[in-house]
Every structure is written in structure tokens, then in C-alpha cells.
Design a protein around this ligand. Sequence first.
Ligand code: FAD
Length: 439
Amino acid sequence: GPRIALLTRDLRIHDNPLFAGPDPVVPLFVLDPRLGGLSANRQRFLHQSLADLRGTLRARGADLVVRHGDPVAEAIRLAGRTGASTIAVAGDVTAYAQRRERRLRAETVRHRIQLEITPGVTVLPPGAVRPGGGASSYRVFTPYFKAWANAGWRGLTATPANLAMPAGIAPGDLPATPAGESPDAVPGGETEGRRRLCAWLGQISRYDDDHDDMAADNTSRLSAYLRFGCLSALEVALAARADDSPGAQAYLRQLAWRDFYYQVTAAFPRLSTQPLRPAADRDWRYDDDALRHWQDGLTGVPIVDAGMRQLRAEGWMHNRARLITAAFLTKHLGIDWRPGLQWFFRWLVDGDVPNNSGNWQWTAGTGNDTRPYRRFNPVRQAQRFDAQGVYVRRYVPELKGVDGPAVHQPWRLPDAVRRGLDYPGPLESHRDEAVWLRA
Ligand code: FAD
């Protein structure tokens, strides 16, 4: 009988192990109302990706079956209607995904259907490499990266040329694409993702030079396509591995961070609420007013405000800006990382539990950083990674008239100039350790 491919965050036909094997495949996507918490930005990207995938499948003689409800119940029901002997789903790591897999396991046993858990969300499945001493996951990145880079990766799954769908199944309507919140967010879909990957591979060799240059803005911007599986992480990693330029190698290392946080999450699914190192999770302040200034990009520290405004405009933020803004919230203002993480999660199109929570905990010092007490001096960061202030002026129009690096310290401008700017003075630090403000 056919096999039900229960798509989740693998919205592609290239290198998708769900489509492997000789049996006819019935691709199913279930919109789960329990995921109603998906932000407007991510919902829009998801719906565009579904529409794109449906188009691709139709062109190959198949279709995407779309249902609303509980993915487990819908997959079992469709298996019953089509006489499918197997349901396949990609292994995934969040608490939600692990619960879904457990329920699928129980229900397929009850209905005598085979369950196949396929790889494909990460380059290397969590648990494929393990540290010594019986631990289930790596806590430190560098040894993980060594093991990851030297592990045997699976081969790419062939792209199906033709997919026959069993007759008589209503495909179901795609929901209308909702408006996103961020006007400049990237459009969803495998077609768009592949176009961008192809362009990216042409400039990847420069990545080691300028991935931290905020004004140059020369990172791949593929994160949302990886988040929804419009691109296969393995395919991207293999392309980078085949290129021995320092840029491609630096890029490969960044991709390994993604796998790293996925294997942390597999072992520790409560990552978005519980600290990895409880002893470091203390003394947070709860200051709604300061939190709101940070969210709105009105802290009075230009590099922080530029990042926070890019987040809202584009549903994306440069990695360097994510580090600076997250460190500013947790280490400068002393505010709990959890509201910060939630704010990012609301806006980021690439927002996902492992990467968002893992990086927030890293920055707050409760996570996998081997130097958890490090501080980021935002001004020094700005001078280094936005040397001429181009990034700041791009996102903070109130400061457009301030030339060069002076834009990073408006509090040092002559009084008359400063008073003419419609821009706030810097928020006070909770511990008065902001020596950089007076420097
Ligand atoms: P590139 O620089 O081109 O990197 C290539 C790919 O490597 C990325 O697409 C991403 O998949 C992976 N990658 C790069 N850096 C990291 C990293 N530090 N951790 C994990 N994977 C990485 N990334 C997300 O995908 N989702 C999130 O929700 C997320 N939240 C973050 C929150 C904070 C506080 C910080 C500091 C970082 C966060 N990141 C997150 C990681 C990183 O900022 C983004 O992956 C990156 O900026 C995406 O842009 P890009 O595709 O151009 O990245």
C-alpha cells in the first residue's frame, strides 16, 4: 500500500527522506490549531511554503493533502482511507514534536500501521555522535563540532521525478496566506529557497571575512528556509563541505551550531523555559518599562535599537545584533532571558525553539557558553562591527544626520546637537557597571 508522508517542517521535495522508497507516497500536511501561537511572520512564511510545495507536487502528478486538526488523528484517518501500510514522519526534537511522535507510535501500533521515523531536519540526527562518559548530548560546542565534521553523513535522497497519488482523495484547501507583521520579511517556499541557495554559493567564499560586518549584511539569510525545511540542511552542508575556501568552512561551522542546539534540545526539551545551568539562573530583574524600551528599540543605545528595529521590520536580525541586543537585556539591564526569548520568538521568521532558546541561554550565561560571565560592551561591539555607523543609520532614522562612528555614542555629542535629535538618552544599567557609557 501507499505510504503517508506526514510533512512537518520539511516542506520540500529535494533531499526529503519522506519521499524515499518504491511505494506511492501521499504527502500530508496538517495545520494544527494548537500551533496557533505561530507568529504572523512565521505563519505567512509557512503558508507560502505550503502553496509552493503544492504547486511543485501538482506539476509532478501528485498533490499536497492539507487537513486541519490533530496531525496524529489525521494521519491515521488518511492511512485508513488509502489503505496505507506506513506512516513516515521526520524525527524532531522539541517537546511538542517528541509528544507527537510518542502519540503516533501508540496509534500506529493500535491500527497495525508501520511507523517510520526518517532523518532530514538536521545534517546529523541528534544522538548520532555522543560524548564519552555515557552523556546523551554534548554540552560544549568545539568537541561536538569535531565529532560532527568527521561523522559519516547520510547520502542525499533522490528527488522523485513522478509521484502518483491514489485517486479519490480530496486535497483540501490551503488557508489564505495571512499578512505578516514585518513588511520586509523573506518570502517562503522551496523554489525561493533554492534560488537563494544557488546565489549564496556564489559568494560563500567571502563569509569568513565579512559575516560579522553588520553594515555589509553578507550572511546567507537562509535561516528561515532551514527552519521550515524548504532547504535540506544536509544539502546545504554538503555544498559547503565540497568548497574548501575558508569562507565555506566558516559557514559549515555555523551550520554545525544549528545541529548542536538540536541535540541539546533532544536531551533537554524544556530549553525555552528551564535553564541548562540552574545555578546561573538568578537575580533577574522584572522591569516592564525597561523591557518595553528594549522591545521598541528605544534604549538610547543606537546599536541595540538598530537591531531591535531590524527585527520588527524584517522578521530577522543579523547574528551580531542578536548577540548584542540579547546581552544588553540580560547582562546590562539584568532582565530575565525568558521575556527576551519570547519577544524574538514572536518576530523571527526563523524563530525556533532549539536555536532561539539555545542562543539566548548562551548569551544569558545559563547555557552552553564556556565563558558564561563574559560581557559585551555594546559600544565597542558597534565600533568593531559597524565601524562607520552605516547599520545604525539604516535602521534608526532619527540618527541619520549624525555622520561616521559618532552615531554610536549620541550622549557624547555637543548638547546643542543632542537636543536637536529626537532620540532618548541611554537606559541606566541595573548595576551601574556601564563604564562604557562614560568612556
Ligand atoms: P548565516 O550566518 O548565513 O549562517 C548559516 C546558518 O547557520 C544559519 O542559517 C543557521 O541555520 C546556522 N547558524 C548560524 N549561526 C547560528 C547560531 N549561533 N546558532 C544556531 N545556528 C546558527 N537562529 C535561528 O535559526 N533561529 C532562531 O530562533 C535564532 N535565535 C537566535 C537568538 C539569539 C539571541 C542569537 C544570538 C542567535 C540566534 N540564532 C537563531 C542564530 C543566528 O543568529 C541565526 O541563525 C542567523 O543570524 C541567521 O541568519 P543567516 O541565515 O544569514 O545566517
